[in-house]
Design a protein around this ligand. Structure first.
Ligand code: HNI
Length: 151
């Protein structure tokens, strides 16, 4: 359960990241974020996750990697705008991942973990213990909502 203060913190962090996501072509920092996130983190730490992306080029610096990473960052940022409405905001993504893509829901936890590590690298001192705890709760809630349709 996220407190009011934690929800505000999460909103602020993702508000800060969203404009960067939209400017992906020009922003080296976001590229770094996405590269860390996908290539160096999820795909490298958990190679099994690559099997879902065999139809895409997920090599370092590829256009697919950047555009997909951007979609994910923006989807999380959208959810952070109003955490009490996560179930509504994520409904289309729940259906996509559960029924069309058939992603094993344990993967959502892996991605949440990678995202947390990535944010710690990207935000540096801004990733305070409070931000860490709040982000961990938020990403867990996010992953749980994405996995709801599997029940
Ligand atoms: Ni995910 C497509 C968001 C976790 C595999 N995913 C998307 C899209 C968004 C998205 C947004 C694009 C939808 C569209 O184009 O309409 N995915 C998210 C979010 C999370 C997540 C916010 C977790 C926080 N996805 C995962 C995980 C896997 C995954 C953990 C597999 C390991 N996603 C996919 C695949 C696609 C996808 C595969 C389709 C890619 C494509 O372009 O074909």
């Amino acid at each position: 359960m996220l407190s009011k203060k934690e929800k505000k913190l999460i909103r602020e962090i993702w508000e800060r990241l969203s404009p960067v996501a939209e400017d992906i072509g020009a922003d080296a920092l976001l590229r770094y974020l996405l590269l860390l996130f996908f290539r160096c983190r999820m795909f490298a730490s958990f190679p099994g996750t690559k099997t879902y992306f065999s139809h895409l080029d997920i090599s370092r610096g590829s256009a697919h990697l950047s555009s997909h990473g951007k979609k994910i960052v923006l989807a999380i940022a959208e959810g952070a705008k109003d955490i009490s409405q996560l179930t509504v905001t994520l409904a289309p993504l729940q259906t996509l991942h559960a029924y069309q893509l058939r992603i094993d829901p344990t993967n959502f936890k892996l991605l949440s973990h990678c995202m947390l590590v990535t944010l710690a690298c990207y935000l540096g001192e801004g990733f305070t213990p409070e931000a860490h705890a709040a982000m961990d709760k938020f990403l867990s809630a996010f992953a749980a909502v994405l996995a709801e349709k599997y029940r």
